[in-house]
Write a protein that binds this ligand. Sequence first.
Ligand code: FES
Ligand code: FES
Length: 163
Amino acid sequence: MLVVKKGEGVKVRVRVNGVWYEKYVSPRTLLVDFIRDELGLTGTKVGCDTTTCGACTVIMNGKSVKSCTVLAAQADGAEITTIEGLSSDSKLHPIQEAFKDNFALQCGFCTAGMIMQTYFFLKEHPNPTEEEVRDGIHGNICRCTGYQNIVKAVLDASKRLRS
Ligand code: FES
Ligand code: FES
């Protein structure tokens, strides 16, 4: 069991987007706050802070997680990918391209989480049906788009990733 004296931080060492970071934080620090405030990776958003909306979704040790549900201390030693880790050499990832080309965002607040969930989902389901897409992103809420173009974008992204 982790014992922390009053006023002491816990050491969190994580590899995020290929870079190792080591920080001392309060044991109550949420992973999403660690990512945004300690690492400055503000692409990951906080929508509800209660595991409902999915705006904070990142990949942790190969699985998508809602990072407002995980303590930073629980992520110690983990490999994490955030939205900033998807593009390379200033080139958008095919999923990001598909979201852009299918007008799958409006305000964009849900988009990083939606794309990270899509990234995970398409690894598990490289050639999904529309129904599987809808099921795969059901934990991510979008207040703007009505989901239609998001579903189209995920199906388009699956084609791009297969070609
Ligand atoms: S901010 Fe994490 S699920 Fe909404
Ligand atoms: S684009 Fe605005 S919440 Fe999804």
